[in-house]
Design a protein around this ligand. Structure first.
Ligand code: GNR
Ligand code: NI
Length: 174
């Protein structure tokens, strides 16, 4: 397993739509393992393949608190098949927007169908943090970031700070 580099906004790849997978083979499982390792190291509770520069519909999630008891979820070609009418607001962060957090309103619950690590079709109903995380990750597969739900003013402010952070980082490296 190896850790991959996380793509930071602004980067045009984060705005592209990821492609469905045709089959689940050992190469895909190795990629999922790398995504999981990258997510744990960050640390984060979710990661979409596009965040390591790969435009495939792959997601890893682990919302377990206990570091000793890992509980990873692998989602391949996830489709949200229903959303609850009720919404809820959670504070969200994103590994592609380091240091920035915002309260985002989304449907409270959702149901998804997906292919699992072993290539089997499954369904899952989620509420609370898991539901928020699933919706955040599926957004990534469609080129959407949580800042897209904010006012233009707030969004522009965050992107401006990220551009500045990237410039500072380049100065240190050069
Ligand atoms: O680590 C993460 N935490 C988080 C918190 C609230 C809602 C969504 C998330 S996902 C985020 C990791 C990430 O950027 N996934 O794409
Ligand atoms: Ni994210």
């Amino acid at each position: 397993m190896s850790q991959r580099k996380i793509v930071i906004e602004p980067d045009p790849i984060l705005r592209k739509k990821s492609e469905n997978l045709e089959k689940v083979d050992d190469d895909i499982r190795r990629l999922l393992d790398d995504m999981l390792e990258t997510m744990y190291a960050a640390p984060g509770i979710g990661l979409a393949a596009v965040q390591i520069g790969i435009l495939k519909r792959l997601i890893v999630i682990d919302i377990s608190k206990d570091k000793e008891k890992k509980d990873p979820i692998f989602l391949i070609n996830p489709v949200i098949i229903s959303r609850s009418n009720q919404t809820s607001i959670h504070e969200e962060g994103c590994l592609s927007l380091p240091g920035h957090f915002a309260e985002i309103e989304r449907p409270d619950g959702c149901q998804i169908k997906f292919i699992d690590y072993n290539g089997k079709e499954k369904k899952l109903s989620a509420n609370g943090l898991l539901s928020t995380c699933i919706q955040h990750e599926v957004d990534h597969l469609n080129g959407v970031l949580f800042i897209d739900y904010l006012s233009k003013l707030k969004k522009d402010m965050i992107v401006k700070k990220l551009v500045k952070q990237k410039k500072e980082l380049n100065k240190v490296i050069l």
